[in-house]
Write a protein that binds this ligand. Structure first.
Ligand code: ADP
Length: 466
């Protein structure tokens, strides 16, 4: 039985800002089911923990964590949920704040977190075989685990969920926050600063990314975010394992949020569409094709392409529902579009999990033209609700959506290669044709019904890696 400790900064159902929390919340369950692996998870204890979980927390240990020349109070709490043991690092100064991230001292917060994790392993009875760190917030934990003698025998895996966010610190943080010999400085240094993502990649025994395509892409300057040389140097130990989703949770047949449950029935899917049209005050027409976008509104998600061509596409007899929040530029654009095309476009600013499920179920097509996409979960969720994904062929989108072939009738979505707005428009226009062609549309939905994006295959791959 392999003992693996996940070190991560978020995890559903406790704390979530995006896809990372879904992965940390679901993968341990599937690894457990293999019968050959026991995963525990260690997280910061943020302020916003649901009261029912908080009441169940058990104190495991209290100690002082050395952070440079200072000592910081650390309390480790634990909670068992659905057979998985979760540990929480409690320090009010660093983590009892309103948001998970976005503070000037984020780098310091997660170096502290990493030091505390290593101290916890060193002092306690629980000794994992593998420390598996996720994203830059766990980069220092991987590095320290590799360097410090008492824990050095533990193997390390580092997973890149998104290379864009790297965790940068001023170079003097090496003296002030770490307790490492100066000889190790080079493993952290990047462009005159410290880079925690680099430290994880540099030190880990094995490195993974969340899709095979992304693991290739990040070795090039376009996607490498400045770390491509290091990633090429370490390519022998770099693998891509595609994310799965919890297919019992995201399931149109059982999901209580939907107006009507369904598996592949197009009639029942249309009933969900009519229910959503009614809810949003759109004209209720079951055969008007409904498009949707559900996303964090950042440049990564390809929203500049949408901005360039959507007004032209909206001239067709379609409806468009957008849900999300983020950069003002995008929010303002979707508000403008909604105001101008009141009978066609709805913009829900913010994110509502239950409503998002109703939108997926109501949508005929789901638009996700990302500039880069490490894996992407939204397109997988869309497939689960029989919303046909329209994606750019990058990263996990390329690995999980097969372009529909109008002759052979193979494929599960529509896709385009280049980051170009008119390639997106071309695929949107093609989707309208498919929608009107009963034969093609039914074949495409049938293909989607057959795909399985559960964690089972990927969990086996992680197990082999461990
Ligand atoms: P990313 O992690 O880059 O945001 P993914 O597609 O990997 O994108 O994961 C998206 C996850 O976040 C899904 O669980 C989705 O339901 C949720 N989500 C989508 N849009 C938002 C949003 N605006 N705010 C918060 N969560 C969102």
């Amino acid at each position: 039985m392999k003992k693996v400790l996940f070190v991560a900064s978020e995890c559903a159902p406790f704390f979530k800002s995006g896809g990372l929390a879904d992965v940390i919340g679901s993968l341990p369950q599937y690894l457990k089911r293999t019968g050959e692996c026991e995963v525990r998870v260690i997280l910061p204890l943020y302020k916003d923990l649901n009261e029912s979980y908080r009441a169940q927390l058990k104190e495991e240990m209290v100690f002082q964590t050395q952070v440079g020349w200072r000592f910081q109070y650390t309390r480790i709490l634990s909670l068992k949920l659905n057979g998985i043991m979760y540990y929480f690092v409690d320090n009010m100064h660093y983590f009892s704040r309103d948001a998970l991230y976005g503070y000037g001292d984020d780098g310091e917060r997660f170096v502290y977190f990493s030091n505390a994790v290593i101290e916890f392993i060193y002092r306690g009875d629980y000794k994992p075989d593998v420390l598996h760190g996720h994203d830059w917030q766990a980069g220092a934990a991987v590095a320290i685990c590799n360097i410090k003698k008492p824990v050095q025998s533990i193997k390390t895996v580092f997973t890149i969920h998104n290379l864009k966010y790297q965790g940068l610190l001023m170079y003097d943080a090496f003296e002030n926050l770490f307790n490492l010999d100066r000889i190790h400085f080079a493993g952290f240094e990047w462009g005159g600063m410290l880079n925690l993502m680099k430290a994880g990649i540099f030190h880990a025994d094995k490195i993974t990314t969340v899709s095979p395509s992304y693991s290739e892409e990040i070795r090039t300057p376009y996607y490498g975010e400045g770390l491509e040389d290091l990633l090429n140097m370490r390519s022998r130990d770099l693998v891509g394992i595609v994310n799965g989703i919890d297919v019992k949770d995201y399931n149109a047949l059982y999901d209580k949020a939907l107006a009507v449950n369904f598996k592949s029935s197009i009639d029942k899917k249309h009933q969900n569409k009519c229910a959503l049209q009614e809810q949003f005050g759109l004209p209720v027409h079951s055969d008007t094709p409904l498009y949707s976008i559900i996303t964090r509104m950042v440049e990564q998600k390809g929203l500049h392409l949408v901005m360039r061509i959507m007004e032209e596409f909206v001239q067709n007899d379609i409806q468009l529902v957008i849900m999300g929040n983020g950069d003002k530029e995008f929010e303002d654009y979707f508000k403008y579009l909604e105001d101008k095309y009141r009978d066609k476009v709805i913009f829900y600013r913010g994110f509502d999990e239950q409503l998002s499920r109703r939108i997926y179920a109501a949508s005929d097509f789901f638009i996700m033209p990302s500039k880069f996409e490490p894996c992407g979960l939204s397109q997988l969720i869309a497939l689960q609700y029989r919303a046909i994904p329209i994606v750019r062929e990058t990263g996990g989108l390329r690995d999980t959506v097969q372009p529909f072939n109008e002759i052979t009738l193979d494929g599960t979505g529509l896709s385009f290669a280049n980051y170009n707005a008119h390639e997106l428009l071309d695929r949107l226009n093609a989707s309208l044709k498919i929608y009107k062609d009963d034969y093609q549309y039914k074949a495409l939905i049938k293909n989607i019904t057959k795909v399985n994006h559960s964690w089972d295959d990927s969990a086996e791959k992680y197990l082999k890696l461990y």
